[in-house]
Design a protein around this ligand. Sequence first.
Ligand code: PMP
Length: 452
Amino acid sequence: MTLAHVVEPRCADAHPALPAVTSARLTVPLVDGRRVPYANLDHAASAPCLEAVQDAVNELLPWYASVHRGAGFASRVSTRVYEQARDTLRAFVGAHRGDTVVFTRNTTDALNLLARCLPRGTSVVLFDTEHHAALLPWRGPNVRRIPTPERPGDAVVALEDALRGCPTGPRLVVITGASNVTGEVWPVTRLAEVARRHGARIALDAAQLAPHRPVDARALDVDYVALSGHKLYAPFGAGALVGRADWLQAAEPYLSGGGATRQVVDWGDRLGVSWSAVPERHEAGSPNVVGVHALAVACETLDRHGWEPIMTHERLLLDRLRTGLATVPGYTGLSLFGPDNDRVSVASFTVTGQDPGRLAAVLSAEHGIGVRDGLFCAHIATRRLLDRAGSTQQRALRASLGLGSTVEHVDRLVAALRSVVADGAGWNYRLIDGRWTPDPDPRPLPPFLTAG
Ligand code: PMP
């Protein structure tokens, strides 16, 4: 089983000033039989792995063993790795020293955990633009959803109004740092200031912000930060909820099982359980020490490298992308707060007369470009923005950039879109199970999938 022929030897030269990603030399097949370097323009879904993370994981693999409960030396090493990662995450998001760090599977898991730990009767206020991960965990009579605002200032006023109408008692405001649909950065500090004035805590969904900008929970004045490793240049499987411990400590464990308990005794008619304190209280089961290490190393690598070059790289590429897309006939960009609002490197759009799903299939099959199509797990927001943009399409296309992106990727996307609009697709496509697929699709799968 080898990846050798799909990934050429390691090379950090995609952009020498930036942390290198393992997929920099990945090539993909096209329907016409050629292979081309993969243009991954889907960083907002999942970012490629950093080489530094790959090295760290390789180093850990011989060592990993049970965390916390093993007496063996490898267990002690694993426990140290796991516990040190909490400090790394706390530092990465600028949390308070006393804040707890609960490792989760991802942002969805982190926000569901928080939702399960709210004191009874907590009022929750959020915007209906949230990603489903931040929209769906809170439902019921205590939840107020604020309709999609048109300007950052409207968001601030609407939050003030919503909080004014909340009953007394605990309150939580849920805010996204950056939209996964448009990349637009929300006015977190201003919203947090309003929330504070009304005695509310603030949870920040940093899934899209953390890979592109430094997050400083203390400076932003937010109480909880949720994020995912796979968007932060670490592989799948680990995320975190970082924040104030009291509500998490007072709540029943999110999952019941080993690791979350201090003691279990048989009381005849029932079991007497004494649960652990946070963070273990909410980490029942054997923890993902490799994933957590990968996440922590990704955070350290980004912080150590410094954000300025990363942000400059992304700003330049995003400008180029937006300028290029504007030259595609029929292009309509989606936006919450208008074209001048600060944004991370994400752009969603439609092209008149082009089905986004079919377009995404053409970009992949004929140009080796990976983008996302659909409603991006933010159905309410995306539909509303399509409406606002006057688009007749029911779905959109999203290109998102990151450390693995290059000028060539951006230019290839723009040229490909222009060519499809001018000349149509160069292959047949048909809908199979709701997805546009090349027909036929002669692209060979990598040998590790076909061997045997
Ligand atoms: N929030 C936002 C803004 C996101 O973009 C995403 C992922 N697309 C999530 C939450 C959920 O992240 P995950 O799928 O890693 O749980």
